[in-house]
Write a protein that binds this ligand. Structure first.
Ligand code: NAD
Length: 512
């Protein structure tokens, strides 16, 4: 695997650097911080502990490159062709990324190899391809009122775009932020989460190796605090912030970005409702429910963490679900046998354990899990897949995002009532319905107040489909033409058609 920085002879951890203005650089002041493998709690690398000064350097580089126009002024065909060339290189050098993603992010390697790495590259390719169908120029109909003019809408890149991402899908989120921004001609600064900077830096290395992007068009900055992210949100030279993270942080980002009236897209938290109908195929619905909630230890924003099972099948469904959940193999994320890895950090481990304790205190019944698995050693932030039944409707386990391997199960009997309960949430990111009756399932899907609904599946994303939240799960959309257009400004250009002075009667309101 080609890494940004191999360990020096005698050293056992790799030293990474930031990517600013086409150069590999340390942090201002030379500070570094330790990057931890959550399966072993060992230090696996050091990264620059960047601050506001580093963000300012990256912003200046992005601004200069944008104004210079070496990328922004290329035709869409040229930009997309360059991105297709980059994809070929990404495919060649990405062999080690699934292991790195597993070691750094704690995602099990069997998932990283099948989902994270191929999807990340495919998203980069697909954004370049879809960008070819974005209308950069749209003529408007001729009008002769108040008098004849020729009007068209010109689309343009937004400018300097900042991407700020969390730790749960570091590689995918890297691509989800940089690919649409680049495809639409912007200059971009990516700030990975403090815990998971490594695959983002590998992507930057791979792109840098191609030499195909002008200097300063792509920048990746790292740091252990939110300082550099805060600078990206506050700095007037940043035109757009695409933020993925918690709803609490999203509120602060939106408030700060308001000071300079930036474009803001927010992809925030969720507590997605999963409705199992009495006619569901139980084999599919049980496995799909497990995949929907426990993939990546429940650390997915659109995880199906609120499960509503119909009374008629409740006992059968829940008994089998609990048996299967209890049999999932928890272990080191780098081990191909592991189905469930660790949560990201000690802090997240403590947070999830506190939520489990709160659920028990609120009267929910612990059906399985709830602790540290006996199969793992003392190291690593491992938590058993945990299922609570009889969860009180308004308890925190039923309403708040836990962001760990915890499922809250409730019953239902009336379809209208379960839809109301599903919608009674501050969140509106995703939902799901399991039924053999597609028409009935679509009827339910249409009534759910959320941005994505899966019918008889979960986590199935589509590069052409919009992803985003209703309510406090966010604003704006990523992916497809919906996401690409978020990286553009639209400008109305009105061209006079040699209207004689005497016919310009609007002017007479001032000059007549
Ligand atoms: P977080 O909000 O704490 O941090 C996310 C990123 O934002 C990090 O890089 C962090 O350094 C940075 N950040 C935090 N506060 C900031 C501020 N005030 N200004 C600038 N940058 C700031 O989230 P997290 O704990 O890393 O991630 C988990 C959260 O992300 C969950 O709530 C999850 O639902 C959400 N999430 C949402 C989506 C989505 O698409 N809707 C996807 C994945 C994760």
């Amino acid at each position: 695997m080609a890494t940004v920085a191999e360990p020096e002879a005698g050293a056992d951890v790799a030293t990474y650097q930031q990517y600013i203005d086409g150069e590999w650089v340390g942090a201002d002041g030379g500070r570094t911080y330790e990057v931890i493998n959550p399966s072993t709690e060992e230090v696996m690398a050091t990264a620059p502990d960047g601050t506001r000064a580093d963000a300012q350097r990256a912003i200046a580089a992005a601004r200069r490159s944008f104004e210079a126009g070496e990328w922004r002024l290329k035709s869409q065909l040229q930009r997309s062709q360059i991105m297709f060339e980059i994809v070929k290189h990404l495919e060649e050098v990405s062999d080690g990324w699934s292991l790195l993603e597993a070691q750094n992010g704690g995602t099990v390697i069997r998932k990283a190899a099948v989902i994270d790495v191929p999807f990340a590259i495919e998203w980069f390719r697909s954004m370049a391809e879809q960008a070819l169908s974005i209308p950069w120029y749209e003529p408007l109909p001729w009008i002769d009122q108040p008098y004849v003019s020729w009007n068209f809408v010109q689309r343009e890149p937004v400018g300097v775009c900042a991407g700020i991402v969390p730790w749960n899908f570091p590689l995918l989120f890297t691509m989800w932020k940089i690919a649409p921004a680049l495809a639409m001609g912007n200059s971009v600064i990516l700030k990975p989460a403090p815990q998971t900077p490594l695959t983002a830096l590998e992507v930057a290395r791979a792109i840098d190796d191609t030499g195909l992007l002008p200097k300063g068009v792509l920048n990746v900055i790292t740091g252990s605090s939110i300082d550099s992210g805060a600078e990206l949100v506050e700095n007037p030279d940043v035109d757009k912030v695409a933020f993925t993270g918690s709803t609490a942080s999203g509120r602060r980002v939106m408030a700060e970005a308001a000071q300079t009236i930036k474009h803001v897209v927010l992809e925030l938290g969720g507590k997605s409702a999963n409705i199992v109908c009495p006619d569901a195929d139980l084999d599919i619905a049980i496995d799909g429910t497990l995949f929907g909630v426990f993939m990546h230890q429940g650390q997915a924003c659109e995880a199906g963490t609120r499960l509503y099972v119909h009374d008629d099948i409740y006992e059968r469904f829940v008994d089998r679900l609990v048996d299967s959940a209890a049999s999932l193999r928890v272990g080191d994320a780098s081990d191909f046998d592991s189905q469930v890895g660790p949560v990201i950090s000690r802090q997240q481990y403590d947070r999830v354990m506190a939520r489990i304790a709160a659920a028990r205190a609120d009267g929910a019944t612990l059906a399985c899990g709830g602790g540290r698995p006996s199969s793992v050693g003392e190291k690593g932030f491992f938590i058993e897949p945990t299922v609570f039944t009889d969860v009180p409707t308004d308890s925190s386990a039923a309403t708040e995002e836990i962001f760990g391997p915890v499922l809250a199960v409730q019953r239902w009997s009336d379809v209208n009532e379960v839809i109301q309960r599903a919608n009674r949430s501050i969140y509106g990111l995703a939902g799901g319905v399991w039924s053999r009756d597609t028409r009935a399932a679509i009827d339910i899907a249409k009534q759910l107040r959320c941005g994505t609904v899966w019918i008889n599946d979960w986590h199935l994303l589509h590069p052409q489909a919009p992803l985003g939240g209703y309510k406090q799960s966010g604003i704006g959309r990523e992916h497809g033409i919906y996401g690409l257009k978020e990286y553009t400004e639209v400008k109305h250009i009105c061209v006079d058609q040699n209207v004689p002075r005497r016919d310009r009667y609007l002017w007479e309101t001032l000059l007549g």
